[in-house]
Design a protein. Structure first.
Length: 106
């Protein structure tokens, strides 16, 4: 039995927690909602040109996929649904890690 919904959850939370760590390291306020995290990431990192737009839209799409996986019993995630997100999750975390290694704050 494949658990693609569980995998979607774990990939999303790896990215989500990486962004939360980035906010802390850069002196940005924590957000209370997942949508707030996506919005703040876009505002401070994507719209400023620090991060490529693909990563802002990726985080938003990953949040939506995770919500479907966790809360929509009628929606089944397939390996194909998750395929693109695996590669992008790894690249996203690499981008965040590079930002964390930069010393300056926003």
């Amino acid at each position: 039995m494949q658990h693609w919904d569980l995998a979607a959850n774990r990939y999303y939370y790896a990215c989500y927690h990486a962004v939360q760590g980035l906010f802390i390291a850069k002196g940005l306020p924590a957000t209370r909602k997942h949508s707030g995290t996506v919005t703040q990431f876009s505002l401070h990192f994507v719209k400023t040109g620090i991060v490529e737009p693909i990563y802002g839209s990726f985080l938003a799409r990953m949040m939506q996929l995770r919500q479907k996986a966790d809360y929509n019993c009628a929606f089944d995630i397939t390996e194909k649904d998750l395929g693109e997100f695996v590669t992008l999750s790894k690249a996203f975390i690499d981008v965040v890690e590079n930002l964390l290694n930069q010393k300056e704050e926003l």
